[in-house]
Ligand binder design. Structure first.
Ligand code: ADP
Ligand code: ZN
Ligand code: ZN
Length: 706
């Protein structure tokens, strides 16, 4: 008997081989029959590739009876097959985000699985098995903390209801403790159960990893994130896939972890943009978590102090159409209070003021009392632009439509988009004027400026002020972030300066003052999600203040702004996320934006902006022409708007011109169907001579930034 097998393999993007490839397998005495989900090696061209058995049929597919079908080269021995639900998840993600099943499946597996031969894999498996025997005895759960009333209530609701749940809880309200105890209950109730705990960026929160390991024991927990070596990733994956690891703690990629006994999924800080993958299949791990939960019958808990408007909307009362259960945890643990918010009207400050006098005085007073302050400025480097006042020259990047940022520490101009770096010129490259000056301000400059302003201030122990900067530049080297965070936790640091990296998740115990130095830029962005993101960032940042209840009554969040009356700051003042959300949702409903409507962005990269846009517009016209002959497609298109192509907001990066086309619909289904119809049209347009110079196109479904 011959098995005809459809296999998911990695196929080159944009090749016409979008789907599965068919192979043959002839079971023999040594070679048992293959089952769905089995991991195999198959020949493609002259190479030997990893593949997953997707479907098996008894008869040869039409037209393939001859010798053109090749045999499966081998099976990865010792690995149980991937489950049907795992394959369904991959298949759904591939369809929904418009990529091939093979690409999504391979991206969801650890990279080393592709490279190891049978003998190497056997060694890894043996090593794993040995390890488990030695370690399983040493497990057992450390007890959780005695719960507050609102924590008890949240856990009871999670146990009693089906979910999905959205925990809307203040920063420091004890959400993490609820996640951990929900996991603990699941694991105790079923000796096989597994739980998936997702966080936006593990590197930013080493504390959480410690907390989970301390609670459940190192043998039960594995991590999954892009900062791990290929060998570590394979090891974690094998432990989860075999069911030995009970808890997977990971970033967005972990949503695809193979976990045969998955019963609970937690998505912490569910609003965080890093849950959206920004290349390949541009999936939202939060949205896939919801889908996967339903597929596997696992409970899903989302949590945030500032939920995404999508999740907030989904958790409206069931009577109004809500599908998630909203659980409230408004109070901070131990009667801690949220910081008092002060808005400084920068219109009343002298021109070019960086730190207003009252804020500076407040910082000095805190430092003198031995408390910590945190200053947030969402721009790294010294200044965003260098500028010549004589001729108007600016430090543009020659490869991008963006300015290169001035970094004073190593005297470079660096492009944050393409990486192009040069020494700062001695004189203006355009006119020779020696006096070129920085425009605007970044974290490096703020750090320098603060050091001057606080030079004469002393800590209670008589020592000068210790200022520390944390941003993508200061943390480039491995281990740098951990050691810098440790300096903050130990109390060595008095003033912490940084980008959004310092605003998220950290449980700093001694910070009593947080200040946003210049948050106004985001107010006037063309991106409709900018206010939502700014509000979340400021609430998160404010959440770093007064985490120790004994100091929380005096804690403050300062905002320096030219628009103190703006909605975002007014809502921040009263910590009123629900009011802010209601307002935003109303505006979005009126403007026809998500979550009321669904969007996809079609992007084209080309040698010229003209080609990028022509290609997109041509595809749109071709689809409409097709609809003229096809009533079903016509009816579909009536529900979907395809807008004309426009340049992206940063239209050129690394000499590639980028254009985009917005596609929008009140119906998710209609949007999905149109995107599927568009794929062959795009392939067809690629060959048109007028589109020479087209490099690639891609589809971003539910894009985060327009
Ligand atoms: P969130 O995730 O909502 O920001 P956490 O769970 O991190 O809050 O809790 C904030 C702080 O309060 C942590 O230091 C945590 O150890 C502590 N904490 C949480 N729950 C309790 C509790 N029931 N009793 C005592 N301390 C608690
Ligand atoms: Zn000049
Ligand atoms: Zn550049």
């Amino acid at each position: 008997m011959i098995q005809w097998i459809d296999i998911a393999v990695q196929t080159p993007a944009h090749s016409q081989i979008g789907g599965l490839l068919t192979y043959r397998h002839v079971p023999t005495a040594e070679n048992s029959a293959l089952c769905e989900g089995a991991l195999v090696r198959v020949p493609l061209g002259s190479r030997d590739l990893l593949g997953v058995v997707w479907a098996i049929r008894d008869d040869a597919p039409e037209g393939l009876k001859d010798g053109s079908v090749r045999d499966v080269a081998g099976v990865l021995e010792g690995l149980p097959p991937l489950s049907a639900t795992w394959r369904q998840l991959v298949q759904f993600a591939a369809h929904y985000y418009q990529r091939s099943v093979g690409e999504v499946a391979m991206a969801a597996l650890p990279p080393q699985l592709r490279d190891l031969d049978a003998a190497q894999l056997a060694r890894r498996l043996k090593k794993q098995a040995g390890k488990t025997d030695a370690e399983t005895d040493a497990t057992g759960h450390a007890p959780g903390l005695p719960l507050s009333a609102q924590q008890t209530q949240a856990l009871a609701d999670i146990a009693a209801q089906a979910g999905p749940f959205l925990i809307y809880g203040a920063t420091g309200s004890g959400k993490t403790e609820v996640y951990l105890q929900a996991v603990q209950r699941r694991l105790e109730a079923d000796p096989k159960a597994q739980a998936l705990l997702m966080v936006p960026e593990i590197n930013l929160t080493p504390q959480l990893e410690e907390r989970v390991v301390a609670r459940f024991g190192a043998a039960q927990v594995v991590s999954m994130h892009s900062g791990m070596t290929p060998a570590q990733r394979l090891q974690s994956w094998l432990a989860a896939h075999s069911g030995r690891a009970r808890i997977v703690l990971g970033t967005r990629m972990a949503v695809f972890a193979s976990m045969p006994h998955l019963q609970l999924i937690v998505v912490d800080e569910e609003h965080d943009p890093s849950y959206k993958q920004q290349e390949g299949a541009r999936y939202s791990a939060r949205d896939l978590a919801i889908y996967r939960g339903r597929l596997e019958g696992a409970k899903v808990i989302l949590g945030s102090a500032t939920p995404s408007l999508e999740s907030w909307h989904h958790s409206r009362p069931a009577a109004e159409g809500g599908r998630y259960q909203r659980l409230l945890m408004p109070e901070r643990v131990g009667a801690g209070q949220l910081p008092f918010v002060r808005r400084v009207d920068m219109n009343n400050q002298p021109r070019k003021t960086v730190l207003s006098a009252p804020l500076l005085a407040a910082i000095q007073a805190r430092v003198q009392r031995g408390e910590q302050c945190m200053l947030l400025l969402n721009r790294r480097g010294y200044a965003p632009v260098l500028h010549c006042a004589d001729c108007g020259w600016k430090s543009e990047c020659s490869h991008c439509s963006a300015f290169r940022v001035f970094h004073k520490l190593d005297r470079t101009l660096r492009c944050h988009h393409c990486g192009f770096t040069e020494r700062v010129p001695r004189a203006c490259p355009a006119c020779g004027n020696a006096d070129i000056a920085p425009l605007g301000r970044g974290t490096e400059q703020l750090e320098e400026h603060l050091a001057e302003l606080l030079a004469s201030v002393r800590r209670p122990d008589g020592e000068p002020v210790h200022i520390l900067r944390i941003d993508a530049d200061s943390t480039k080297h491995k281990g740098a972030l951990e050691s810098q965070l440790a300096q903050v936790h130990s109390g060595e640091v008095d003033v912490l300066v940084g980008t959004q990296m310092i605003a998220k998740g950290h449980d700093f115990r001694r910070i009593t003052l947080v200040a946003a130095i210049n948050p106004d830029n985001a107010l006037f962005s063309s991106d409709f999600r900018a206010p939502e993101r700014l509000f979340a960032l400021l609430m998160q940042a404010g959440g770093r203040a007064g985490r120790d209840a004994s100091q929380s009554a005096q804690s403050e969040m300062w905002v320096q702004t030219f628009h103190p009356q703006h909605d975002v700051f007014a809502a921040l003042k009263t910590h009123d996320y629900p009011a802010f959300a209601a307002n935003q949702l109303m505006e979005r409903e009126q403007a026809g934006l998500p979550p009321w409507r669904f969007q996809a962005l079609l992007r084209a990269d080309a040698r010229s902006q003209e080609v990028a846009q022509t290609f997109l517009n041509a595809a749109s016209h071709a689809l409409q022409a097709q609809a003229a002959q096809d009533p079903a497609l016509d009816a579909l298109l009536a529900q979907v708007s395809l807008y004309p192509a426009v340049p992206m907001s940063i239209q050129r990066v690394a000499n590639v011109e980028r254009g985009q086309m917005l596609i929008e619909s009140p119906s998710r289904m209609a949007l999905q169907k149109v995107l599927a119809e568009l794929q062959p049209v795009l392939h067809g347009q690629r060959a048109v001579p007028a589109h020479k110079g087209l490099i690639r196109w891609l589809v971003d479904v539910d894009p985060l930034a327009i």
